[in-house]
Design a protein around this ligand. Structure first.
Ligand SMILES: Nc1ncnc2c1ncn2[C@@H]1O[C@H](COP(=O)(O)OP(=O)(O)OP(=O)(O)O)[C@@H](O)[C@H]1O
Length: 255
C-alpha cells in the first residue's frame, strides 16, 4: 500500500506544461530523492503532492489517513520580527508544548526553543523548519532543497538528521536535492525529473547501468553533469523525452 500515488500527472501554468504524465508512488518508510535541472518541475511536483498545485491531467491520491509534512524551499520571515522558536512553532494554533519539544528533539535542536528565530544560523533555521514539519507526526516528509545555502558539512549533517528522523519515526521521505553524493548514499530510490520521469531506480541499480556512467560519470564532475543534465547519450523513453527541446525551453525561460 502506497502513502501517495501520482498517476499520469500533468501540471500547467497558463499554456505552459511543466510536468507531463509523471507517475510515481511512495511506500511507507522509504527515502526517495528527486534530482533534475532548474525548472524541471521538481517543486511543482511536490506542491501537487501536498495539494497546493492542481493537476491539469492525472491525479495524486493519498492513502487513507496519510499525513504529510512539508519543508518548503524558501520561507521568508521578517528578520526584525521578535519571535522565539517555540512561539513560532505554536503559530498554527492548537499545538501542544510537548509536541513542539518532541519535534525539536527529533530535528536535533532541542536547546533552541527559547532562541530568537532571527538569530539562528542557516543550519539551525532549517532544522527548526524540519521540526515544524514534524509536529504533525507525518507519514511522509517532503523536503524541497532543504539544504540550500548550507555548506557541505552543514548539509551532510542535515541529511544525517533526516535519516535518524526516519529511523525514529518510520516516516517516508521525498526530497529534492542537488547534492548527488548525499543522494546516492542516503536514498532508497532516485528519480530524475525533466518535465517527465527521465530515469529512476535504486542507487545500486542506477549505478550499475550503462546510462548511469553516461549520466553521472564519476566523482564531482559526474555530479555536476547530472546537475546540469547535459545528456549526450540515448536511453529508452516510453514517452519520448526531448532533452534538447527541454533545454531550449529552459533557456528561453531564463532569458
Ligand atoms: N506559480 C507559477 N506560475 C507560473 N509559472 C511557474 C509557477 N511556478 C513555477 N513556474 C514555472 O514552472 C517551471 C518549473 O518550476 P519548478 O519550480 O517546479 O521547477 P524546479 O525543478 O523546482 O526548479 P528549481 O530547481 O529552479 O527550483 C519553471 O519554469 C517556473 O518558472
Amino acid at each position: 500500500m502506497s502513502l501517495v500515488d501520482v498517476e499520469e500527472l500533468s501540471v500547467r501554468y497558463g499554456a505552459r506544461t511543466v510536468l507531463s504524465r509523471v507517475s510515481l508512488n511512495i511506500a511507507p518508510g522509504e527515502i526517495v530523492t528527486i534530482v533534475g535541472p532548474n525548472g524541471s518541475g521538481k517543486t511543482s511536483l511536490l506542491r501537487a503532492i501536498i495539494g497546493a498545485v492542481k493537476p491539469f491531467q492525472g491525479r495524486v491520491t493519498r492513502g487513507p489517513g496519510v499525513t504529510l509534512g512539508y519543508v518548503p524551499q524558501k520561507l521568508h520571515i521578517d528578520e526584525t520580527l521578535p519571535i522565539t522558536v517555540s512561539r513560532f512553532l505554536k503559530l498554527p494554533g492548537g499545538v501542544e508544548s510537548a509536541d513542539i519539544d518532541q519535534a525539536l528533539a527529533q530535528a536535533g535542536v532541542r536547546d533552541l526553543s527559547k532562541s530568537q528565530l532571527s538569530q539562528l544560523s542557516g543550519g539551525q533555521f532549517q532544522r527548526v523548519m524540519l521540526a515544524r514539519a514534524l509536529i504533525g507526526k507525518p507519514d511522509l516528509l517532503l523536503l524541497d532543497e532543504a539544504t540550500q545555502g548550507l555548506d557541505q558539512r552543514g548539509s551532510a549533517s542535515f541529511y544525517q538528521q533526516i535519516e535518524s528522523v526516519r529511523q525514529e519515526t518510520g516516516c517516508a521521505v521525498l526530497m529534492i536535492s542537488h547534492e548527488l553524493h548525499v543522494v546516492m548514499s542516503a536514498s532508497d530510490r532516485v528519480i530524475c525529473l525533466n518535465g517527465h520521469v527521465c530515469c529512476e531506480g535504486t542507487p545500486a541499480v542506477v549505478a550499475s547501468a550503462p546510462e548511469y556512467r553516461a549520466l553521472f560519470g564519476s566523482g564531482t564532475g559526474g555530479a555536476l553533469a547530472l546537475y546540469r543534465h547535459e545528456h549526450d547519450h540515448e536511453h529508452d523513453h516510453k514517452d519520448g523525452c526531448d532533452h534538447e527541446q527541454a533545454k531550449h525551453d529552459r533557456t528561453e525561460a531564463a532569458e
